[in-house]
Design a protein around this ligand. Sequence first.
Ligand SMILES: NC(=O)N[C@@H](CC(=O)O)C(=O)O
Ligand SMILES: [Zn+2]
Ligand SMILES: [Zn+2]
Length: 346
Amino acid sequence: MTQTLTIPRPDDWHLHLRDGAMLQAVLPETARHFGRAIIMPNLVPPVVTGDQAAAYRDRILAALPGGMAFEPLMTLYLTEDTDPADVAAAHASGLVKAVKLYPAGATTNSASGVRDFDKVRPVLEKMAEIGLPLCTHGEVTDHDIDIFDREAVFIDRVLDPIRRSTPGLRVVMEHITTKNAADYVASQERDLGATITTHHLIINRNHILVGGIKPHYYCLPVAKREEHRLALRAAAVSGDKRYFLGTDSAPHTDPNKESACGCAGCFTATNTISLLAHVFEEEGALDKLAGFASEHGPAFYGLPVSDQTLTLTKSETAVAFPEKIETGDGPVTVFDPGFEVYWRAE
Ligand SMILES: NC(=O)N[C@@H](CC(=O)O)C(=O)O
Ligand SMILES: [Zn+2]
Ligand SMILES: [Zn+2]
């Protein structure tokens, strides 16, 4: 008997679409399965103002193949010069759904991010007042902090102080990778959620380093020890509304990944939904997939759950995903989970 699972059409609450030829190639990979996505603003140059976000939204919609329905939910890239009034106007018009905080130097295209968190206080206060969420890349950048500790230290030194001094500020801890982060979310009563990626439910740091270095498993925050992966799985399948899917699908061309200084990012848009069904089945929690992928995110952002559905079917034979997708900028390798997957999305 074929096993099927029907869920409301999922959304991706953390996605990199890039621009130009790359946007053209990767957008259908997401739009095939997802109805909406929170679009990350770390372009070069970054999407800082409401006008830039409106123009980027238009480029995304122009790149969408005819017949595909997809709603990009735009974000603004927070800089020390961001104008609270511009943020408020972009929110009031319905264009912008979140503001993204990148500590300067923490990740890909974060050079224009925040160095001195006191400088963005007026923006954060305005956001708390109008109910506009802050999405955080939660890692400190101090040279004396080990890369595997940077997320946990960010919570103590940056995030918790910001939240205490800005009551009412709603925060999404993006792409959490540690038990520390999952526990912090669980300990907070209100105004806090977290996205979890597909790949952090599947790989730990051994996958990156054992048996030769695997650049396609390198992303930021870097995958941690197995105990952390297990904590993320427990959070994702818990049914707790504070955790939801943000794939952080982050395309880089193969030459930029397979390099002496490889870029951070895993490209998971193509096979994410099948991989998630596999993971949730492994955890005996297929009934929790709809919450994680389709319901908790809209609840946090105050949006309706999709009235469309996506059906997953478990087949006898493994699904054949492409190893790479071609883009006008060069090939992009699709995330390889290292196991066969039998769940197919219609
Ligand atoms: N996650 C990553 O490793 N890379 C992202 C940036 C980010 O989300 O930190 C990217 O833009 O490539
Ligand atoms: Zn990030
Ligand atoms: Zn990201």
